[in-house]
Design a protein around this ligand. Structure first.
Ligand code: AMP
Ligand code: MN
Ligand code: MN
Ligand code: MN
Length: 281
């Protein structure tokens, strides 16, 4: 039974992907933000979960094992969260390994593409990535460090996106494949930040229907960047389509005021919160 003082943040990142805090620092920050239940959902990796669980025990906070998996749907990159996964499941582990391999190959292709544009990033970006899963924000940081961009936002305008240096198109697995991995690991699959894809309403509904066919029956409804109208629109969709609702900040770093830990607004009582479906492993 979840007590009424519970405070959930079911979407966050650490240094194991593109976050700036180690799992230990993240759990400390979560505690300071009054969070009682945190999910660590690094991009295409579960490598931070062991440290996170240990830190959660020290902070007396509940850590939900999670991951944010990249998928391609109709040529568009989507993010699907797996919450309450068993990270040791062999199907999920194999799937994650394949996504990591895609990221590693893409990183090499990105370095070569920058080189073709006269920008040498290899040593700077390798130092930044270290043993993390390679992500575009690592490249954005390297571009900043070398004076090619003033901020991550600028790096994501001048580089790294379609039509700009450093952009490498990638075919990720289908939503059906991603759903199978998450379900094999006993997790709940959730469509992350549904409004960030800028779909029309009818396209979003087509996606939701196709997700439901794959057993994906939850939406991330509350994020700090969505306003009350957007939240209630998504809650309405959850009710109409019989989906569970999730909430999370998508926290990456302290310097990002639009995604502060624990600042996703509470869910309305009219929706089924996703944590009612999450099993403990
Ligand atoms: P990747 O998964 O490697 O393609 O990188 C995607 C990540 O880049 C997202 O999860 C965000 O954290 C980050 N990102 C995307 N756009 C921006 C932006 N304009 N400014 C800062 N970070 C961004
Ligand atoms: Mn990210
Ligand atoms: Mn995402
Ligand atoms: Mn995220």
């Amino acid at each position: 039974m979840i007590d009424c003082n519970a405070k959930f943040d079911l979407h966050s990142h650490s240094t194991f992907s593109d976050g700036e805090l180690t799992p230990t620092e993240l759990l400390l920050a979560a505690k300071e933000s009054g969070i009682s239940h945190l999910a660590l959902t690094d991009h295409d990796t579960v490598d931070g979960l062991d440290e996170a669980h240990q830190a959660a025990q020290e902070q007396q906070l509940t850590l939900i094992s999670g991951v944010e998996l990249s998928a391609t749907w109709r040529g568009q990159l989507l993010h699907i969260l797996g919450l309450g996964i068993d990270p040791s499941d062999t199907t999920l582990s194999a799937g994650i390994a394949s996504n990591k391999q895609r990221r590693q190959t893409r990183a090499i292709d990105m370095i070569n593409d920058f080189r073709n544009h006269g920008i040498e990033l290899e040593s700077a970006v390798s130092d930044i990535i270290g043993s993390a899963t390679p992500t575009r924000p690592h490249f954005a940081q390297a571009l900043i460090n070398l004076g090619h961009a003033k901020s991550k936002n600028q790096a994501f305008k001048r580089f790294l996106v379609r039509g700009k240096p450093g952009y490498i198109a990638l075919q990720w697995p289908s939503i059906a494949e991603i759903a199978d991995w998450i379900h094999a690991a006993g997790g709940i699959a959730v469509l992350a930040h549904p409004l960030r894809y800028k779909f029309t309403r009818s396209k979003l509904i087509t996606l939701i229907d196709e997700m439901a066919d794959c057993g994906i029956r939850a939406l991330e409804v509350s994020t700090p960047t969505c306003d009350p109208q957007q939240r209630s629109m998504l809650e309405r969709l959850c009710i109409d389509k019989q989906l569970a609702a999730s909430m999370g900040s998508d926290f990456h770093a302290h310097g990002q005021p639009w995604a502060r830990l624990g600042t996703a607004a509470p869910l309305s009582a009219a929706v089924t919160p996703v944590w009612q479906l999450i099993q403990s492993h």
